[in-house]
Design a protein around this ligand. Structure first.
Ligand code: GLC
Length: 641
């Protein structure tokens, strides 16, 4: 393997002061293998990997030289404390800047609101300049160097990051790296026949190769954007996994890798702490496959990680990989050996298991699935969540349904029926998304509150049903806050915001019912959050209590372990969080309409002999005749002294 240091040593000493240059070169020594190995595996056939790596390292050096001093301080702190994002004080909030507060300047005015809720990690949905008109919620970027002018400027983004840092909070934004908008300059130049630009994309002269690929490619939006290729007059058939205006980038071309790395450096130097790598599984295409999770896609992300660490060691990468359960952990570096990859990844499996347990009142599938999986490697963490801006897809493997004695296909159908409200007696008010009669698959849209039954209970004006629905929402969040990882609150869930009844009014959004769960923030509802009798007051207080309780519990730091403890009770999900420096935490959640009474022996089984209740739905722990009393839809967290 070539050595990278000699080629850049002199340049580093010239561009940085001695201490910074020494730190850069030390990082380079440490990261060389993680840079060279993946680049060699992906690009050896098209370029000299050693030469390419040197170019990229010089790019990293330039970014390091331009890195503002306050960010270098953050880097230093994070190199001393690499587990900075694993602390139990980490609580995330996810929103669209415009829907939350009109603009980036508006978001800066609402940081107090976030702090009050206990939020320390703000994820803003796509902020970079999108195409006009339909743009998939900003996931069709025309310029990676510019902020969407409707919400502000790069300077505003930088100012927001600065405000957050001052308050000990961090900022995450999306990097849409699998595709650009069809209006991106590269696409325009490709259309104009400018040399070198056609190769930024995957373009075919006729249908031969697209047909061969489509043989095994699943469709992401079968109802609204069928197929994975779009015919572009004057160019040919362009690979468009998502919509026809989102052109997939050709990562086999080293220039694409280099350009995206440059976009990462630029955002990091504006003060972004976490980059959400959108649609990471799709980066590499291979005939005869589903076009996801290819080894090269992982190698590309690994190289991104090593090179960004070099320039901006305080930056963390988060994978958006909504893939089958057995593929998930690889995005955290969990391969046969640990290959540092993303620091964070969405725990899609936990999210699906929560909704499955809630509808079926049965946690056995969750127990089977969550105890069979490979744990997250110690330096990385999940982000745990109940809802996000996307639909819920029933990513449940047949092996897991089999282990729980269920038929996969009918269980997935049941879940879609349940959450779309078709199932008799369902409490949920959601809608089917991309119902695909050809495969029998469908996904679900709807806000957490509507899916948990709050919308239906309000319509029925039934206070008992409302209490049950609030408890469902609280219990779901209680698991997200205690399972291990950074919990994310999806904007509006803290106020029990229901589906947006006007979502279809905008013609650019009418065909995409994910907009029903992307409402505009209701600040009038937020104003009721201190009224304990109001719906908003009850839910806001519940979420805030979870953040408060979590903050002091070392066992909830990410990086510890989670162990499912099966109980004899099919509606009670029990797990134990452990961290070497603290007593374990035992969490019990009742996913049913009736009181459950699991055997209190589970407390000792969890390694707790002197249990202390730290948090619960009712504020009490009742043990009667050796049984723990868990009211309907409730949870309890216990720890030791
Ligand atoms: C991600 C986003 C989703 C978007 C897709 C294409 O999955 O979360 O909203 O449609 O990428 O960019």
């Amino acid at each position: 393997m070539p050595e990278l240091r000699p080629a850049v040593e002199r340049e580093a000493m010239a561009r940085l002061d001695f201490a910074e240059a020494d730190a850069f070169l030390t990082r380079l020594d440490q990261l060389s293998f993680d840079i060279l190995e993946p680049l060699g595996q992906v690009y050896a056939a098209v370029t000299d990997p050693g030469k390419f790596a040197t170019e990229l390292v010089l790019d990293a050096l330039e970014a390091a030289a331009q890195r503002p001093v306050p960010l270098r301080l953050l880097d230093r702190r994070r190199e001393i404390d690499p587990a900075w994002f694993q602390r139990s004080r980490m609580v995330g909030y996810v929103c669209y800047a415009d829907r939350f507060a009109g603009s980036l300047a508006g978001v800066r005015e609402h940081v107090d609101y976030l702090a009050e809720l206990g939020v320390t990690y703000l994820h803003l949905m796509p902020v970079l300049r999108p195409r006009e008109g339909e743009n998939d919620g900003g996931y069709a970027v025309t310029d990676y160097g510019e902020v969407d002018p409707r919400i502000g400027t790069m300077a505003d983004l930088q100012a927001l990051a600065g405000d957050l840092h001052e308050r000990g909070m961090v900022l995450c934004v999306d990097l849409v790296l699998n595709h650009t908008a069809a209006e991106h300059q590269w696409a325009r130049l490709a259309l104009a026949g400018e040399p070198g630009y056609r190769e930024m994309y995957l373009v075919y002269p006729d249908r031969t190769e697209p047909d061969a690929y489509e043989h095994t490619l699943p469709e992401v939006f079968p109802g609204t954007a069928p197929g994975s290729f779009t015919e572009v007059p004057g160019l040919g058939w362009v690979w468009t996994t998502f919509h026809e205006y989102q052109w997939d980038l050709n990562y086999a071309n080293p220039a694409v890798f280099r350009a995206m790395l440059g976009a990462m450096f630029a955002l990091a130097n504006r003060g972004i702490d976490v980059l959400r790598l959108d649609a990471a599984p799709f980066l590499w295409k291979r005939i005869g496959t589903d076009g996801q999770n290819q080894p090269e896609a992982h190698r590309i992300v690994q190289a991104f990680r090593a090179l960004t660490r070099l320039a901006a060691p305080g930056l963390a990468l988060k994978a958006e990989a909504i893939v089958s359960p057995e593929m998930l952990v690889q995005y955290l570096g969990g391969h046969d050996r640990f290959r540092p990859e993303c620091d964070l990844a969405y725990d899609n499996q936990l999210m699906v298991m929560l909704w499955s347990s809630l509808a079926s009142r049965d946690v056995r599938l969750a127990e089977a699935a969550l105890s069979r999986r490979r744990p997250a490697p110690g330096p990385a963490s999940w982000v745990t969540y109940v809802r996000c801006h996307d639909d819920i897809g029933w990513s449940v493997s047949d092996a897991d349904t089999g282990a729980a004695g269920l038929d996969g296909r009918s269980h997935r159908r049941f879940l879609s029926d349940y959450y779309s409200g078709r199932f008799p007696g369902s409490f949920a008010r959601g809608a089917l998304f991309q119902d695909n009669p050809a495969t029998g698959d469908s996904r679900i849209s709807g806000t957490a509150a509507s899916l948990c039954g709050i919308e239906a209970a309000l319509a029925a004006e039934d206070p008992d049903r409302l209490t049950a629905a609030i408890r469902r929402l609280e219990s779901m969040y209680a698991v997200a806050f205690s399972f291990g990882g950074i919990p994310l609150i999806y904007m509006g869930d803290e106020l029990a915001m229901r589906n947006d009844p006007g979502w279809a009014r905008d013609p650019a959004r009418r065909h995409d019912n994910r907009w029903m769960h992307r409402p505009v923030m209701d600040w009038a509802a937020a104003a009721r959050r201190h009224d304990p009798g109001s719906l908003e007051g009850r839910v806001f207080a519940a979420i805030r209590r979870l953040a408060d309780a979590r903050r002091s519990l070392l066992a909830l730091r990410s990086g510890g372990s989670t162990e499912i403890l099966p109980t004899e009770n099919r509606s009670v999900l029990a797990y134990r969080r452990a961290h070497p420096r603290s007593a374990p935490l035992l969490s019990l959640t009742n996913f049913s309409d009736v009181t459950q009474a699991p055997d209190a022996g589970i407390i000792a089984r969890a390694g707790l002999y002197d249990p202390v209740p730290v948090h619960s739905t009712t504020g009490r722990l009742t043990i009667t005749a050796g049984r723990i009393e868990l009211p309907p839809w409730s949870f309890v967290w216990l720890t030791g002294t």
